[in-house]
Design a binder for this molecule. Structure first.
Ligand SMILES: Nc1ncnc2c1ncn2[C@@H]1O[C@H](COP(=O)(O)OP(=O)(O)OP(=O)(O)O)[C@@H](O)[C@H]1O
Length: 252
């Protein structure tokens, strides 16, 4: 590996096993992500995709193996410290605050001082305000900034939540089924948004929707029974008979 490739290595999941009382939800699983890379993780139900995200964010502990973020072993850190290091996860269900405006939801996410209730009434610091403006443009909701988040359409709520992950300043974004419940037009806009998330971050996406995965045009990792099965382009993965047997066969 060249020096710059090492410098750009953001995440290394290295031989991780998660053993739930003898059942291996992850089994010697490895994956690396460079800065600027988007990776989609697919696999049939129970393949271990959520457990992978849970383990990266510190909700589940690896029984074996290491998780390195920017070279630091984060495998034993509590979740808040992992988030403070620059990893943020968006869950499938939207988690926006419905009675706050779009801009205020982003402002909360952008807060460096997490004791936001102490300072929320005293205005938003300049750097955080800039982050809110940047994120509003990125997620295409600038003209909806004053709308209460609870009044947004389903797709808009999902984009706001992706924006909230971005506004934390995280370098590694974990997106769990960002297109859940969306129609084709919203799905396609979500693919555009994720592609736009920028060269400075890394994005790990879990999704079942192959048309969305196609549109993302990102590298795909296929998991099966907690193990790495294949990695390649969507076309390579689609053409792979082993993948067809374990994943596409189930999905059809
Ligand atoms: N806390 C737990 N205790 C025991 N088994 C668990 C636990 N969490 C997950 N598992 C099991 O580990 C396996 C992997 O689950 P996981 O949710 O990571 O799969 P997944 O690929 O995300 O599946 P899906 O696509 O259905 O969400 C499953 O068989 C699941 O039942």
């Amino acid at each position: 590996m060249t020096g710059s490739a090492v410098a750009d290595l953001l995440l290394a999941v290295d031989g991780v096993t998660v053993d739930f009382d003898g059942f291996k939800a992850l089994d010697n699983f490895s994956l690396t992500l460079q800065r600027g890379e988007t990776r989609v993780v697919i696999g049939p139900n129970g393949a271990g995709k959520s457990t992978l995200c849970d383990t990266i964010i510190g909700r589940v502990r690896a029984t074996d193996g290491r998780i390195l973020f920017r070279g630091e072993d984060i495998g034993r850190l509590p979740e808040q410290q992992i988030v403070a290091r620059g990893i943020c996860r968006k869950f499938q269900a939207p988690g926006v605050l419905p009675n706050l405006s779009v801009a205020d939801n982003l402002a909360l996410a952008a807060r460096r001082d997490r004791r936001w209730w102490k300072s929320f009434g005293f205005g938003i610091p300049v750097g955080e305000r800039a982050m809110v403006e940047e994120t509003l443009d990125l997620i295409g909701l600038a003209d909806r900034r004053a709308v209460m988040a609870g009044l947004l359409a389903h797709g808009e709520k999902q984009w706001l939540e992706i924006g909230m992950v971005v506004a934390t300043g995280a370098e590694l974004l974990l997106l769990d089924e960002p297109t859940a419940g969306m129609g084709p037009a919203e799905t396609s806009r979500t693919a555009d948004l994720i592609r736009d998330l920028g060269a400075d971050r890394a994005v790990l996406v879990i999704d079942h929707d192959m048309s969305f995965v196609d549109q993302l045009a990102a590298s795909v990792t296929v998991m099966h029974q907690g193990r790495f099965l294949k990695q390649g382009s969507v076309a390579e993965v689609r053409a792979d008979p082993e993948v067809a047997a374990v994943y596409l066969g189930h999905a059809a």
